[in-house]
Design a protein around this ligand. Structure first.
Ligand code: KG4
Ligand code: ZN
Length: 336
């Protein structure tokens, strides 16, 4: 089955073609317009999707050497995400589906991140998966293919948001995660004492806001401009604090739920220390740690096509009355 996947939930315009788990094309157009604002501007994002999406879909078809009539199904992100951005992808997918008589399905963006490592080699349930990106920090237990149970999530900022906001205070470009990662490689992670939030009660939830405030107060007291060596130490300390919170919860989830693997996806899954620490706790339990390659960690259409292909193979079709669900979570049933 050849599936066209469309992703427009935030500021990446993505289209991909996946045939039975094999990527034939995966095109992502990043919207540079947001760089000058230091964050995503929703209205600009939806406008850019309108311009970019038809070109990106055409490019995906050309790369795969296919025409639209050779596509068996269309999968599109239905939520969660920015409402205006989601609508562009959904209405485009619906129009194409209606005009060409192709079945279409709406896909949960977070669940698509979770299964993305499966595009590179089989990811067998049961497993524990974390999605850590600019918009999400969530832990799921996947007891069987296609069943996603959220078992923990951030109560405030996402991990990527913490990397980006603290990085901005350090004068790094947006998004700061990759720059902070690079600096941290040469810094001392114990140089700056930073808090790790301990939430009360029996929970796998996480919190990043205390860390962000502590980092802000700390950075404001530093002599400006911060010398290079000091910047590296701060970056390493911030990275360690964020990763400690994520990996502690991952470890607890692995203890609580039967799992044959652990996977981390989303933009932050590119982080060097997060990969090392996740691999370490997986090895101590004798299970594999699976990370999508960087191109599949960021938002992309291939993961949407892959996730949607499960539903399409089951013969599911989303009704044309369905629309964007900006705050979709794993507890919200998808429209059928
Ligand atoms: O999944 P993604 O491309 O977009 C969404 O937010 O959905 O994730 C982007 C996030 C940004 O916050 C970025 O700073 C972070 O992923 N990121 C990283 C690294 N690469 C990307 N954070 C830490 N270390 C990295 N190497
Ligand atoms: Zn995402």
């Amino acid at each position: 089955m050849r599936v066209l996947g469309i992703e427009t939930s935030c500021d990446d315009t993505g289209a991909a073609i996946v045939e039975d788990g094999r990527i034939l094309a995966n095109i992502v157009a990043a919207q540079d317009i947001h760089l000058e604002y230091g964050g995503v501007v929703p209205e600009l994002a939806s406008r850019a999707h309108i311009t970019l999406l038809p070109q990106v879909v055409q490019q995906a078809l050309t790369t795969a050497g296919l025409t639209i009539d050779q596509i068996d199904g269309i999968a599109v992100t239905i939520g969660p995400g920015l409402l205006g951005s989601l609508l562009v992808g959904i209405e485009f997918a619906k129009g194409l589906a209606l005009a060409r008589g192709i079945p279409w399905v709406g896909v949960n963006h977070v669940e698509a991140h979770l299964v993305s490592a499966g595009l590179e080699s089989p990811l067998e349930a049961p497993y524990i998966g974390m999605v850590a990106s600019g918009g999400h920090t969530e832990i799921y237990h996947v007891p069987e293919p296609g069943v996603f149970r959220r078992v923990g999530s951030t109560r405030d900022d996402a991990a990527g948001e913490a990397f980006d906001k603290i990085g901005k205070l350090l004068g790094l470009p947006y998004p700061a995660g990759p720059y902070l990662d690079k600096l941290a490689r040469e810094g001392n992670p114990s140089a700056v004492p930073l808090p790790r939030a301990k939430l009360k009660g029996d929970t796998l939830d996480m919190s990043m806001s205390g860390l962000k405030t502590a980092a802000k107060l700390f950075i404001e007291r530093e002599p400006q401009p911060i010398p290079d060596a000091r910047l590296k130490d701060i970056a390493a300390s911030v990275e360690k604090a964020i990763v400690d919170v994520l990996v502690e919860r991952l470890g607890q989830a692995l203890t609580r739920y039967e799992s044959r693997a652990v996977t981390v996806a989303g933009g932050c899954a590119c982080n060097t220390l997060l990969r090392e620490e996740t691999a370490r706790i997986a090895a101590s339990r004798g299970i594999p740690a699976r990370f999508p390659s960087p191109k599949l960690c960021r938002d992309n259409g291939a993961m949407i096509a892959h996730a949607g292909s499960f539903a399409l193979r089951r013969g599911e079709i989303t009704p044309f009355t369905a629309s964007a669900i900006a705050n979709l979570d794993s507890f919200t049933p998808l429209p059928v």
